[in-house]
Design a protein around this ligand. Structure first.
Ligand SMILES: C=C(O[C@@H]1C=C(C(=O)O)C=C[C@H]1O)C(=O)O
Length: 265
């Protein structure tokens, strides 16, 4: 089948890649149709076969490998700090034992990572509830709230939240394991023609190469300058690893192993 419909996570993290994929060398790419959504929405569209390919939560691929092919060489990962996967907490993390904490409905991988961090790394007994509430509302009734993507970046930068502790889950994972953490993977439905998948991969290779060369000029033109300085955006993009190498696969396998240990896979 033709690979035409692509999911687009509409967060700042993938903006440079999509910018270059959609406007290769300033021409418009008419080959694909893009559908916007937060990660949990893109995962559901992929699972239902309503789109052909896209960046998905890494946990979506681990849960349903029979549905997908992995598009090699591409991810959203970090070797330590990620800046946009943040547990905001009214108390020190150790004080969350026996409590219920919130996790954004947008997240799937990061909710799994939160379980690993709290239950396995900190040995805490914590219940996790999915929420759509804004941070300030959620944190009034629950001691901690995990936000991802742009919401996490915005809330982390807000003075209003200075009283809250911030835990970067990318940092905690790397300190505990020494391997990178893979948040998102590019996957395609198995029904897609091999040559079409290879073509998307080639286009992604070119988009990534162009993106990392031009973070500064992409930042200046991006709609995100309303929320963030160009320096913040560029340093965020430089923090992210967009590759998928053997080291990333080791991190992904360890994530899968821990999820299985906790009965989450
Ligand atoms: C680093 C990030 O990784 C994201 C986290 C995801 C998840 O938790 O399921 C999915 C896709 C990524 O966009 C982020 O959005 O901040």
């Amino acid at each position: 089948m033709v690979l035409k419909k692509i999911g687009r996570i509409n967060f700042a993290n993938l903006y440079p890649i999509f910018y270059c994929l959609e406007n290769p060398h300033k021409a418009v790419n008419e080959h694909y149709e893009f559908t916007d959504g937060v990660p949990s929405e893109i995962n559901a569209l992929l699972r239902k076969g309503l789109i052909d390919a896209g960046p998905s939560s890494s946990i979506e691929y681990l849960r349903n490998p029979h549905l997908y092919n992995l598009i090699d060489g591409h991810s959203v990962s970090s070797f330590g700090r990620i800046m946009s996967i943040i547990l905001f907490s009214r108390a020190e993390i150790e004080a969350l034992d026996g409590k219920t904490v919130l996790s954004s409905y947008q997240a799937e991988t990061s909710t799994g990572l939160l379980q690993i961090v709290l239950r396995k790394f900190y040995n805490l007994n914590v219940e996790i509830k999915t929420s759509r509430a804004p941070l300030m509302e959620g944190i009034m009734e629950h001691p901690a709230y995990l936000l991802i993507g742009d919401n996490a970046l915005i809330e982390a930068a807000s003075q209003q939240n200075n009283a809250l502790q911030r835990y970067d889950l990318g940092t905690i994972w790397y300190e505990q394991t020494g391997v990178p953490f893979v948040f998102a993977l590019w996957i395609s439905r198995k029904r897609c023609e091999g040559s079409e998948v290879a073509e998307l991969q080639t286009k992604l290779d070119a988009a990534k190469a162009q993106a990392v060369e031009s973070f500064d000029s992409i930042a200046v033109k991006s709609p995100y300058t309303r929320q963030f300085s160009t320096e913040t955006l560029v340093s965020y993009w430089r923090t992210i690893s967009y590759d998928l190498t053997g080291k990333h696969m080791t991190g992904l396998e360890l994530f899968g192993k821990y999820l299985r240990e906790l009965g989450l896979l």
